[in-house]
Design a protein around this ligand. Sequence first.
Ligand SMILES: Nc1nc2c(ncn2[C@@H]2O[C@H](COP(=O)(O)OP(=O)(O)OP(=O)(O)O)[C@@H](O)[C@H]2O)c(=O)[nH]1
Ligand SMILES: [Mg+2]
Length: 679
Amino acid sequence: MTDKETSTARCAVLVGSYTSGKTTLLEALLHNAGAVHRKGTIPQGNTVGDPSPEARARQMSVEPNIAHCEYLGDHWSIIDCPGSIELSYDRNTALMAADVAVIVAEPEISRVLVLAPLFKFLDDHDIPHLLFINKMDKAAVRVAELMDALQSVSSKPLVLRQVPIRDDEDITGFVDLVSERAYRYTEDGASALVEMPDTVKDREGEARQEMLESLADFDDALLEQLLEDKIPATGEVYDQLAKDLREDLIVPVLIGSAEASNGITRLWKALRHEAPQPAATAERLQIPAGSDLAASVFRIMHLPHTGRMTLARVWRGQITDGMTLGSERVSGLFHIMGGESQKVTSAGEGQVVALGRMEKTQAGELLTPDGRVADSGMAWPAPPAPVFALAVQPLNRQDEVKLTGSIAKLIEEDASISIEHNADTHQMLVWGQGEIHLKIATERLKSKYNVEVELSQPQTAYKETIRKGTTQHSRFKRQTGGHGQFGDVQVEIKPLPRGGGFEFVNKIVGGSVPRQYIPAVEHGAKDYLQRGPLGFPVVDVSVTLFDGQFHAVDSSDMAFKTAGRLAMSEGLPSCAPVLLEPIYNVTINVPSDFTAKIHGLISGRRGQILGFEPKSDWGGWDEVKCMLPQEELRDLIIELRSLTFGVGSFEWSFDHLQELTGKPADKVIQSRQEALAAN
Ligand SMILES: Nc1nc2c(ncn2[C@@H]2O[C@H](COP(=O)(O)OP(=O)(O)OP(=O)(O)O)[C@@H](O)[C@H]2O)c(=O)[nH]1
Ligand SMILES: [Mg+2]
């Protein structure tokens, strides 16, 4: 039982797969607590959880949304996270503020695997979590069967706390396994205490025994009682459940329906009595002791009216408006709820608060009155590797600077977005976790920053080289009136081994090309190599200048530069130019059951499998290593996710350039020539 005197503000974070009902559950929790008069619904687009136009248009959450309420005198911040796998970094960082995570799961076996990465994250970070099986109003599956499936993705034991009462196939209520009380669901949400129906008694007894045995694994006294067939006191069982959750030893499982407001009171009570206090969370996160005041930043937000907001969780002390924190003044202290910011005067231990107009803060830092500590003690999650890119361009040329600035703000809010100015293709690429992720990001550019962009596919950074050498004699001569131009060079052009880049060798003897003009020849050659005969940058070429002629009056840097350039443009076409395509080293992570399918995926994409092995830090998962052409990487994530129920991921790095010949090469060259002609 939480002692009223010692209970401080707590934070629960709602997580789980896409459309499992997290936002609906937030509404139900707020309504149950009396914080909202009317429960919003997703179809009506009036939920507290999803205030942004991007969310409403899609009927999905697109960012973590915070709500605040009081439940029986305790203050709670509840963060409703998006479920889309593409938005999981936002979820992961929000979880760093959590005392407890509530996994909202669907009662469907086919939707269990998608929870695996989430369970892994919670386990890796020791975040206490409980599971709420939602949508019981339309559940077709048996809870016991679902529990088996869910257990297969959790490394911690799941402990079922309730069993459903069925009337034919409909679930009409539940039995609480600790108190052994039966409840009937009602229309208005508050379940009614009823006598336990005979039909559920066997199942109840069996499930209760299972629950106690799971708990006894972590408590000798309880084990002894079970061995002696003694019935442990209810209070003792509750204490044990709270302790095991706090220590992240077990995952309690509750059932209900967010839409019908069933099982919400039970969930609230579990949170109230069993969720760890912020002091315990601070200890788990290894927030350094010392200062009287400590708050960690878990998110930066840019809001239209209030500007830059620093979202922080207070671990110790009290933040007040106007105080100096981490060398910056706090200008405005807010509670954000449903997209509205409400001014507050102070924020004490456990509170989630938005700090106004601090410009230097960064997610993951610890704020103290003395400064900002980058290494806050907690293991701040690294952003996932980028897997999908789109090229962006401002619709209006004048918006170029505004666009870069606005994207920088998006990145501040969500570090799983990144930007690349590709030197080869001259495209500005926005990288992220998938198409939805990037579409939402670009819609925000318009709705928040009024920058409209054009999106296009990223181009592959093809290059070209030569397969044989030649010698070339080229002369640039122009006689226009008085002062003419003259430069004459003889060069040997040779292919270099792959990765050799560009080499310029000067073998002029006797001053046939005066020394001062030689850099100009090199310059001219290099200039041409930016776009070779096939239309791409030329690499792995050696150019040796071995002879030439000059004119005492008409020769100049300019003339020799042009001659150098001419020698390349005239010589290279006879050097058997060939296309080079970038090949990437790719590591794909999938559950082992999918490894065979991944082999098919790789060979279908002109890839080469290097091998696969079990992932050392993730039981039941494999790591498949392969080489894939960059061209095939562009939409890899889409096919990978559709093959693996959304859970497959990959990382990549450039490896080498490889010759591309035949029909695929012809196609690339042709479309390049067309693009150049069109410009
Ligand atoms: N039958 C039934 N439907 C539900 C329940 N909870 C939510 N839904 C419906 O499921 C759909 C998704 O609900 P949301 O609350 O938006 O789910 P979410 O988990 O927030 O979704 P994302 O944020 O996009 O991941 C909506 O159409 C809800 O009305 C429930 O308990 N029973
Ligand atoms: Mg949602």
